[in-house]
Ligand binder design. Structure first.
Ligand code: NAD
Length: 372
């Protein structure tokens, strides 16, 4: 099976779909891997390391030629499609809602597209779950950014120059990223609180040593995700959280609802209640932000409170983010192979769930609606 790894094209993207280690594993499974020269450079994987792992390193114009499987991190540009075989399988994050026209182009071309973000969050798919692996990176980075921007220490210190109390950190939205942010802030010595609308999340936060803020709102949705709150629930939530937020030195937010704008958990008024020198790191900046003042990709200051809305945090830790992502892809590729041949069972729950386009059709319902 011929696998291609083109260089990522999104501005600032430093990750690469395959690492030399995973290339070697795929070669052992009987695959041939062709990689665009320099594809791993910004993640510090050299062309030489890929060659040693058994990949063929080629110029951009040759990488997609004859590929049966194309592996990427972000979406392959529509302009590259003419170089991809109609029968190929394209695998990577696709962000269909950001550019439905691109999905239409994929369907028109006839290739099968697997969207990494659509892989079902079921036990059997855990090893392929790139949303989780990349959220782990994002949560860790978020806590470090918060510590970096903070005007205060995270740990408690007892020194000759006096005693410093630990920073008070609130993590709102305790999914994969939130849990990693909690764990990292705890390791730095902060006093950590957690808030989520799912009961299971509260238990996990407790087990990491965080204190849990409990409100009488339970919003378990489908597939382990949260559902959107009603207007009344939302108003009650904001009122109850306002006092808590006002007492924090650091707030890290990660709340998301699949396919929707991120819920607002921190209003401008709540930011106004925080002490000058406090910090908010909003991981939901990409989908509209959990804080009213968030500006995607920027750090703004309001009344002495810094509000950071970082984008694509996994790319800031490109070595490990790529390693984890490449292993997710490897496990998904294994599901497509049988005796070294490409033999996808499209009725498999994982493949069916992740399938975005197939045989000239958009196979993902919500995206089909977007395209109209
Ligand atoms: P996510 O990124 O979709 O959302 C982050 C968190 O925000 C979630 O915990 C969610 O409950 C919370 N949230 C949403 N609206 C909120 C609101 N108004 N107020 C407060 N919090 C709010 O979540 P995720 O990290 O992708 O995880 C989603 C689910 O998938 C979780 O249940 C997680 O445990 C589960 N999961 C399962 C597997 C598996 O079994 N294979 C793997 C990973 C994650």
């Amino acid at each position: 099976v011929q696998i291609a790894v083109p260089k990522e094209t999104a501005p600032g993207e430093r990750r690469v779909a395959l690492t030399p280690e995973v290339v070697a594993r795929l070669v052992k499974e009987g695959c041939a891997v062709r990689l665009e020269a320099g594809a791993g450079a910004s993640a510090f994987f050299t062309d030489e390391a890929y060659r040693q792992a058994g990949a063929e390193v080629v110029p951009a114009e040759a990488v997609l030629e004859g590929a049966q499987v194309v592996l990427t991190v972000g979406p392959l540009e529509a302009s590259a499609l003419p170089r991809v075989s109609h029968e190929a399988i394209l695998i990577g994050f696709q962000y269909p809602h950001r550019d439905p026209k691109r999905v239409e182009a994929l369907a028109d071309w006839g290739i099968s597209t697997l969207a990494m973000e659509l892989i079902p969050r079921i036990t059997r798919a855990q090893s392929m779950d790139a949303l989780s692996s990349q959220a782990t990176v994002a949560g860790y980075r978020a806590a470090l950014i918060a510590a970096q921007l903070s005007s205060r220490f995270f740990p408690m210190l007892t020194t000759a120059a006096g005693t410093i109390r630990p920073a008070r950190v609130l993590v709102m939205g305790v999914g994969v990223a939130g849990l990693q942010a909690i764990a990292t802030a705890k390791r730095l010595g902060a006093n950590v609180w957690a808030y989520d609308v799912r009961k299971a999340a509260a238990e996990q936060a407790l087990s990491l040593g965080a204190k849990v803020i409990e409100l009488p709102i339970s919003a378990e949705g489908e597939g382990g995700y949260a559902r959107e709150l009603t207007a009344e629930e939302q108003a009650m939530q904001l009122e109850a959280l306002a006092r808590q937020v006002g007492q924090m030195d650091v707030v890290i937010t990660t709340a998301q609802i699949p396919g929707r704008r991120a819920p607002v958990l921190v209003t401008a008024e709540m930011v106004g209640r925080m002490a000058p020198g406090s910090v908010i790191v909003d991981l939901a900046a990409e989908s509209g932000g959990n804080c009213e003042l968030t500006r995607p990709g920027e750090t703004v200051e309001a009344g002495g409170v810094r509000v950071a809305g970082p984008l694509n945090l996994p790319s800031e830790l490109p070595v490990h983010a790529s390693e984890m992502y490449a292993k997710n892809l490897y496990n998904l590729c294994k599901l497509l192979l049988k005796n070294g041949e490409l033999a996808p069972d499209w009725s498999d729950e994982i493949l069916a769930g992740a399938l975005l386009t197939h045989r000239h059709e958009i196979t993902h319902g919500p995206t089909r609606l977007l395209v109209g």
